[in-house]
Design a protein around this ligand. Structure first.
Ligand code: G3P
Ligand code: CA
Length: 370
């Protein structure tokens, strides 16, 4: 829900949106940007680490519009203005990196419709993993994986494109980014995530060599390597020019997924937090004002995941800004309000399933145009 209203003689626009957990209105200064005489409004002043606008990271591709982790989805994301595309990586049996969010295949592919693979269904072989019966990527050769087709994995989203796309390899994704960068004459970066690195290493499938080898020579745009597992990041620190991003989760504090920022700063370039822990009034990870504390340590902040069909996060929040500001002019939908609030908090990038919304809003705020 979003409500706009004029507030007395100060002519403020108040944007109210419901996100899930109670939190107080932010008093962080917003939209205190430079004057744009041609537009009569102020453009956004960015409080990112570099002072430049935040990057838009296409989370699993343009996964709000196409089945996740498909070349079609990544290509659409680039067309929509994403700066960087995000493949989650797992391994095939023959050691090839392919893009899947999960090691199991039943939710994002048509594997259940392939009788030739029926006998591959088994309990999760990872003793520390989720207990489920499924088909596991590391049990399939690349040729077998390539015989599958991607399906919509997110409840409620269109299934129109189911059955059309292969599972891409990491190499194919890098090639796509390179070709798109040339075609569009702009930078297209990649943001691979190592999924289950410790388990996969334990069965002889280590990310380090194949991932770093694949990235060697990639120059279409910036490269970020992310993981929830600190050990793979520590191991490759100093062996790659890629920026390393430690993912942290709002759940299970103390379990190993929430690592103190000062510790992260010793081996990584940034932190990828669940978005709920970014807002300055949510005291998780040992304090408040997550972005400020991360920036003081020189860490980039790239929260996840922004979804127009899954408004989530902390609280009922109110943002006020001058009625003649660029924010008042361009921030309209609930999804835009959410992006805006994080942009105003100074995040350096956002993971989103809807890169068009993030990129359009970011650009409009930067340009003073709608
Ligand atoms: O990688 C950032 C974010 O994508 C982590 O969540 O589960 O979507 O990979 P997930
Ligand atoms: Ca991811």
């Amino acid at each position: 829900m979003m409500v706009r209203k004029l507030v007395g003689s100060t002519l403020l626009v108040s944007v109210v949106f419901v996100l899930g957990v109670s939190c107080a209105p932010t008093d962080r200064p917003v939209d205190a940007g430079s004057s744009d005489a041609s537009q009569g409004v102020s453009s956004m002043k960015w409080s990112t680490l570099s002072g430049t606008p935040p990057i838009i990271i296409a989370h699993r591709g343009a996964s709000g519009y196409r089945p996740e982790h498909t070349l079609a989805g990544y290509e659409l994301a680039i067309a929509q203005g994403a700066d960087v595309i995000e493949p989650d990586l797992v391994f095939t049996k023959d050691g090839v990196l392919v893009a899947r969010h999960d090691r199991y295949l039943s939710t994002s592919t048509d594997v259940a419709d392939h009788p030739e693979f029926a006998d591959k269904k088994r309990r999760n072989p990872d003793p520390n993993g989720e207990a489920r019966e499924d088909w596991w990527a590391e049990d399939f050769t690349l040729a077998e994986i390539k015989s599958l087709r991607a399906r919509q994995a997110f409840p409620g989203r269109s299934t129109e494109y189911d059955g059309q796309y292969e599972i891409p390899t990491f190499d194919e994704i890098l090639t796509l980014a390179t070709e798109q960068a040339k075609t569009l004459n702009r930078s297209v970066g990649v943001y691979p995530e190592t999924k289950h690195p410790d388990y996969l290493e334990s069965i002889g499938l280590d990310f380090e060599d194949p991932m770093l080898s694949a990235l060697r020579g990639f120059d279409a745009g910036p490269v970020y390597i992310q993981s929830f597992g600190p050990s793979i990041l520590k191991r490759i620190s100093g062996k790659t020019d890629a920026k390393l991003i430690q993912l942290v989760h709002e759940e299970s504090p103390g379990s190993g997924s929430n690592i103190p920022l000062a510790e992260i700063a010793a081996y990584a370039d940034g932190v990828g937090p669940a978005k709920a822990i970014v807002l300055p009034d949510v005291p998780i990870l040992g304090g408040v004002d997550f972005v400020t504390r991360a920036h003081e340590l020189g860490l980039l902040v790239h929260p996840w995941t922004f979804r127009k069909d899954q408004p989530a996060g902390p609280g009922v929040a109110t943002i006020s800004f001058p009625v003649d500001s660029i924010a008042a002019k361009v921030v309209k939908s609930d999804a835009e309000v959410e992006f805006y609030r994080y942009f105003a908090a100074g995040v350096d990038g956002v993971f989103t399933d809807f890169p068009d919304i993030g990129a359009d809003l970011r650009d409009a705020l930067a340009d003073g145009e709608d």
